[in-house]
Design a protein around this ligand. Structure first.
Ligand code: ADP
Length: 552
């Protein structure tokens, strides 16, 4: 900018100086030449009334100064010339001014001298005897005159150049420096008025940019927050496969840190199938696959991102896969469990129908069919219960439930069974009330007390203790029964698991009781613990958080 201002100023100065010089040269030249011509006219005019002889006499007697005076005869021969010997001069008839003076009495002309720098003015008058007197003066031509002032012009140009340079420097400094110093944040003071619109526009734009930056930052923070808090893994690649962005979940899958951003995915992964999917996503096609890693199963989705690369989404489907496997196993077990009583029923019925059964035995067959059907009903009820618990996850109902009262109700409904098996049941504990679901608690207590009675010995007992502390609500069912071997203790909560299948079947067990207990306990944030000794007895304890307590 400085340079441009300086150059513009210089150019302007030089052009104006040259123009002024040329103009002045013309003016001076015009004035000077008219003065010269007037002088010549005046000098020659003094001789018009003379003859050549009187003029000659007078010329010889007076000084002509800087003028050249020539006297020419009517035939063109030079009679007198004050600068050159007359013999050396040629005939002057062809000179314009002489010819004009001979013809009309007065003649005038102007000719360049040897160079263009000088020119000579001629003025001629016809004398009374027909001869012609010519006066001439040599002066600077316009070129000469301009040439004369040129060194001075050059000097001035040089001086102006230096002055202009200093001036331009000072000026640009005065213009530019305040601009550098403008505090665009404060904007309280604008150094000079001309800057006001410029500073205003910048301030406006800065505000606009700051707003946009804030918006962008907000948006990117939101996206980052979403990405970071997503349980799904997310990875963004550019067209070359370089990782642009990766969230914690995805980084954890590959046991990498988020510092993998900027690295190529080829450096991070060695899975051939995954890399093939990445390549085809970068080439524009979608895809998905299952990936086993760190004991977990992921479903990976590959999506091309128009114009910029590809996005990988990792969904942890381990739980879903487990649940699916469990469901498959459960279905197979259910079919098997249902088949056994149904096969018996069908067998007894067939025998009855075929008439092979003696009249006396028929009553026994009917009883077996009835018992198997009852077993089937219990089994179906338990299956329905466990399916319902699976379905209802997270949708538990809460109501005020008096636990000892429910325990008493359960004991009452199991009274006949306890009597038959000669097992006594006792309830201990005060008024314990809890926010829970009544029928679920009934089911839980029923299964625990039922097991205590079933897997007991004649004369044995079952102790039901319900209590509460500041930390928890506790239900403990202790029996003096057969106990559970150590290796089976962790498995008794599995669906359809029985320690002694034949005993369980004779006692009407389905293998689902403890699985139901565990399910119900978990639904209300409870924990189940089992302590057992073979031959001595078993204690199953269920504890619930104190938050479910109902304070009296
Ligand atoms: P079931 O309907 O067969 O009783 P459960 O799920 O309630 O099924 O129990 C699973 C298995 O654990 C039972 O088959 C039984 O062998 C064993 N078991 C459960 N409770 C007791 C207990 N109190 N004493 C001894 N064994 C028990």
């Amino acid at each position: 900018m400085k340079k441009r201002i300086y150059l513009s100023m210089m150019l302007l100065t030089v052009i104006s100086l040259l123009m002024v010089s040329v103009l002045l040269s013309f003016i001076f030249y015009a004035q000077f030449s008219s003065a010269v011509r007037a002088e010549l006219r005046e000098r020659a005019g003094m001789f018009t009334d003379n003859s050549s002889s009187t003029a000659l006499a007078e010329l010889s007697a007076t000084q002509s100064g800087s003028l050249r005076v020539t006297l020419v005869r009517p035939d063109g021969a030079v009679l007198y010339d004050n600068t050159i010997e007359k013999g050396e001069l040629q005939n002057h008839l062809d000179r314009l001014e002489i010819a004009e003076a001979l013809a009309s009495g007065v003649g005038e002309s102007k000719r360049f001298s040897n160079t263009l720098r000088e020119e000579t003015y001629y003025y001629a008058v016809r004398l009374t005897d027909g001869s012609v007197l010519r006066v001439a003066k040599t002066t600077d031509s316009i070129v000469g005159m301009f040439g004369g002032i040129l060194p001075a012009v050059a000097g001035v140009v040089l001086a102006v150049t230096i002055a202009g340079y200093l001036l331009a420097r000072g000026l640009t400094k005065r213009i530019v420096e305040p601009i550098h110093k403008v505090d665009l944040n404060a904007l309280l003071h604008v150094p000079y008025d001309e800057l006001a619109p410029f500073v205003g526009t910048i301030a406006e734009q800065r505000k606009h940019i700051a707003q946009q930056m804030a918006d962008l930052q907000n948006r990117s923070q939101t996206i980052r927050a979403i990405m970071e808090n997503m349980s799904e893994g997310m990875m963004l690649l550019n067209r070359q496969g370089v990782i642009l962005s990766v969230n914690k979940s995805a980084a954890a899958i590959f046991e990498a840190s988020t510092e993998v951003e900027g690295k190529n995915i080829l450096e991070l992964l060695r899975d051939v199938e995954l890399l093939a999917h990445v390549r085809s996503a970068l080439a524009g096609s979608r895809g998905d696959m299952s990936l086993e890693r760190g004991g977990k199963t992921y479903r990976v989705y590959f999506s091309p991102v128009t114009g910029s690369g590809a996005m990988l989404l990792f969904l942890d489907i381990t739980e879903r896969m487990k649940a699916e496997a469990m469901r498959r196993e459960f279905s197979a077990n259910v079919s098997h469990e249902l088949k056994t009583p149904l096969t018996s029923i069908s067998g007894y019925a067939e025998m009855l129908c075929s008439g092979m059964v003696q009249e006396n035995d028929k009553a026994g067959f009917y009883t077996k069919i009835k018992d198997e059907a009852a077993r089937l009903i219990v089994l179906i009820e338990d299956i329905l219960m466990i399916s319902e618990l699976d379905e209802q996850k997270g949708n538990e109902r809460f109501e005020e439930v008096n636990l000892p009262a429910i325990a008493a109700e359960t004991v009452e409904s199991l009274g006949r069974k306890a009597e038959e098996l000669q097992v006594s049941v006792h309830i201990s504990g005060g008024d314990v009330r809890m926010q829970t679901n009544r029928s679920r608690m009934y089911e839980l207590l029923y299964n625990l007390i039922d097991n205590g009675i079933k897997y007991n010995r004649p004369g044995g007992s079952v102790q039901v203790a319900v209590s509460q502390t500041a930390e928890q609500i506790r239900i403990a069912v202790t029996d003096t029964g057969v106990g559970i071997p150590k290796e089976a203790q962790s498995r008794v909560f599995e669906r359809f698991y029985r320690v002694d299948a034949s005993r369980s079947k004779t006692t009407g067990g389905t293998g689902l009781g403890l699985a139901i207990v565990k399910h119900i306990a978990m639904a209300y944030d409870g924990k189940v613990e089992l302590i057992s000794r073979v031959g001595q007895g078993t204690t199953v304890t269920v504890t619930f958080p104190a938050s479910l307590r109902v304070n009296a």
